[in-house]
Design a protein around this ligand. Structure first.
Ligand code: GAL
Ligand code: CA
Length: 345
């Protein structure tokens, strides 16, 4: 035990010495003249982002050296990580912000170092994006996920009149919101509901609170809501799959999905655990948030601009007028589950 601890210490020391040698050390780690992409993930402990990270690693293999940082949901920590990467001489920054409002801080650091910058997953404001010509964004059109989720709800609600348990013609829902201020959370919350009301379905919001994208937090909320409202809840709308999973486990503990007790639950992301739930019948659908392609586009653009090339060179991505690559969302139900599975392989 002691021996292996000592060995670990020696290893950790030699790694930090290696990391301390600056530019050379970082670059040689990937071999030769490959561009070095300095990446931050807002926190490793995020279900969906772990798939984006995996896609980034896969796509960088053999074509770029990665310096990966877990910002542990702490913007101050992320700022320090960026400073350190700049001082070590990375060729480009690929940043998943902790706080979308912090884009300006990161942009000014990149500007000072004359470094190109690719944000991904958490979209900076249009003003921030326009403030630096060497910055780009890879993500989605946030509203699209809300609209698609709303369409899933409309279709399922219309096909299952018995889900209106109290027969009042109104869809009583609870909504698990992602991180407040996050463009995805705001847009999904707004558009999921407006799509349902636009289709002529009356709704009543019984509860809406943030579960911060998190399974455990969402389960706690759902536990409270179930004990407060019980069967008055007719639909669970979750801004992401992580939280939908929390709701499902709370519902299962209350005896749902056995005998005739049912609750429709929808999410966003299409992570593998949720695809399993759809197959089991404990979730009715989700919206594919294409981690594989978002990771690929992040690496493609970063690699190019890190070598002073046009961001799109050799790729088939398209930039919109805000310098953003927006990967489309896709509705996922039992009907096309195989497609979703492939995307998360
Ligand atoms: C969203 C995703 C969430 C969470 C969030 C982090 O796009 O749907 O599950 O990962 O990004 O910023
Ligand atoms: Ca009702």
């Amino acid at each position: 035990m002691k021996k292996s601890l000592a060995l670990l210490l020696v290893l950790a020391l030699s790694i930090s010495v290696f990391a301390g040698c600056g530019k050379k050390a970082v670059e040689t780690a990937g071999g030769g003249d490959l561009p070095t992409i300095g990446v931050t993930i807002y926190k490793y402990d995020d279900n969906f982002m772990s798939f984006v990270r995996r896609a980034i690693e896969k796509n960088a293999e053999g074509s770029a050296t990665l310096v990966l940082n877990d910002s542990q949901n702490d913007q101050a920590k992320q700022n320090e990580q960026v400073d350190l990467m700049i001082s070590k001489g990375v060729s480009v920054l690929a940043i998943n912000l902790v706080d979308p409002q912090a884009a300006a801080t990161i942009i000014s650091k990149a500007k000072d170092a004359n470094l190109p910058l690719v944000f991904f997953n958490k979209e900076p404001s249009a003003t921030d994006m326009a403030s630096y010509d060497k910055c780009w964004y890879v993500g989605t059109t946030s509203a699209e996920s809300g609209i698609i989720q709303g369409e899933l709800i409309v279709e399922a609600w219309k096909a299952n009149p018995e889900w209106d348990k109290n027969g009042d013609g109104i869809l009583q829902y609870v909504l698990l919101k992602g991180e407040p201020g996050h463009p995805d959370a705001e847009a999904r919350t707004t558009f999921a509901v407006s799509t349902v009301t636009d289709a002529g379905i009356k709704v009543e919001e019984l509860e809406l609170q943030t579960g911060m994208w998190d399974t455990v937090k969402a389960k706690e909320l759902m536990d409270t809501w179930l004990s407060k409202h019980g069967d008055a809840i007719e639909f669970v709308i979750a801004n992401n799959d992580g939280m939908a999973l929390g709701a499902v486990s709370s519902l299962q503990a209350e005896g749902y999905f056995t005998n005739d007790k049912f609750m429709p639950v929808v999410g966003v992301d299409a992570i593998p655990d949720v695809l399993t739930k759809i197959e089991e019948g404990t979730m009715i659908g989700t919206v594919l948030n294409d981690a594989a392609n978002q990771g690929k586009a992040t690496v493609d653009l970063s690699r190019n601009v890190g070598q002073g090339k046009d961001p799109l060179e050799g790729t088939s991505w398209i930039l919109d007028e805000t310098k953003a690559v927006r990967v489309p969302y896709v509705a996922v139900t039992m009907e096309n589950i195989e497609m979703a599975k492939k995307s998360y392989e």
